[in-house]
Design a binder for this molecule. Structure first.
Ligand code: MTE
Length: 325
């Protein structure tokens, strides 16, 4: 029995190492290619056909971008074993343990509300028109911990424009799958299910907003929100809704899940802001996952908009960020 466990552990470790070394080799190859004048366009030659969105390896279909090129990503193991996904339990290890019940294929995304092209799309068709990109972003949870994650996905703006939002589309609302069998945590009233999140249309159209289908060059593991999740790196982690099945354009500001749960603690905007504390803890600093020791964890100063102010500060000109937290 012991040997068997060791064998399984070895297999899992090798799997992580393969994921990371493959990713790092590719990055260093691309860096060298750039030095020798081989443009990134070569990588564009790969079609962005969605065949493969569920097929595991996405690296051949993905172009590398400059987003986060100077950041060092956390390990695959860290990113996939320290999660918040209450549909699978409230502990950080629960999603990795329990999310195997989620079936990310086939998957449908419903587009509705204030737009010209409403519809119900198979995920493969939904993603097919767009070039997959790799972007490494910082990730800051409202609980004051952080990571760096190499995502694969498509710019949200490109996707949303396809559906031709009308002039009444002021907000974009996203919903997670509602299915108590696939997501057993929904049998308990931990939150008001399904999980809902939203952005203003201007936030959604910002070039940083991203719809992820993978990480570390592979399709998203279930615990990270397979097969489709939102990534908005200047906002607290809870805005990054997982396992999306619905995108709805509307005129009025909706109430998101955590606001519904505790409006005095979680707002609509949820922009990372070291100056605006959570009522129960400071947001001035963050614990960097996996760095330092248990007794002396590594901390870093939290940056306004998580360091993405140049790209997004203009969205909030004239808005009181203390009241609109
Ligand atoms: N999406 C759904 N559907 N359910 C959740 O519980 N948790 C949010 C967000 N998206 C959550 C969700 C929170 S609180 C965080 S911090 C991030 O997912 C965590 O993402 P990660 O587990 O990939 O790090």
């Amino acid at each position: 029995m012991k040997n068997k466990v060791i064998k399984v552990m070895k297999k899992i470790t090798e799997h992580y190492i393969t994921d990371e070394s493959h990713y790092l080799n590719r990055r260093s190859f691309i860096k060298k290619s750039a030095r020798f004048g081989i443009g990134l366009a070569a990588f564009n030659a790969f079609s962005s056909s969605a065949e493969g969105v569920h097929g595991g390896d996405l690296s051949d279909k993905t172009i590398l971008t400059n987003y986060g090129k100077d950041l060092t990503p956390h390990s695959f193991k860290e990113i996939t074993n320290y999660n918040n996904f209450y549909e699978f339990g409230t502990g950080k290890r629960d999603p990795a343990k329990n999310a195997h019940t989620l079936k990310p294929k086939p998957w449908h995304v419903k587009v509705s509300g204030e737009c010209a092209k409403q519809g119900d799309y198979d995920l493969e068709d939904f993603i097919a028109p767009y070039q997959l990109e790799e972007r490494t972003y910082r990730f800051r949870c409202v609980e004051a911990w952080s990571m760096v994650i190499p995502w694969v996905g498509v710019p949200l703006a490109s996707v949303l424009k396809t559906f031709k939002p009308t002039s009444k589309a002021k907000y974009v609302v996203f919903k997670t799958l509602m299915d108590k069998e696939q997501m057993p945590g929904q049998k308990r009233a931990t939150l008001n299910w399904p999980y809902i999140e939203a952005l203003t249309i201007a936030e959604a159209m910002n070039p940083l907003s991203f719809l992820a289908v993978g990480l570390y060059g592979k399709t998203l593991p279930n615990q990270n929100g397979a097969p489709l999740r939102l990534v908005v790196p200047w906002k607290y982690g809870f805005k990054n809704i997982k396992s999306i099945v619905s995108i709805h354009f509307q005129e009025t500001m909706p109430i998101n899940t955590w606001q519904d749960q505790a409006a005095s603690e979680y707002g609509f905007y949820a922009n990372v802001n070291p100056e605006v504390d959570h009522p129960r803890w400071s947001q001035a600093r963050e614990r960097v996952i996996g760095k330092g020791s248990f007794f002396s964890p590594k901390k870093r100063k939290t940056e306004l908009f998580n360091g993405y102010g140049d790209e997004v500060a203009h969205l909030y000109t004239g808005l009181d960020l203390v009241k609109n937290f």
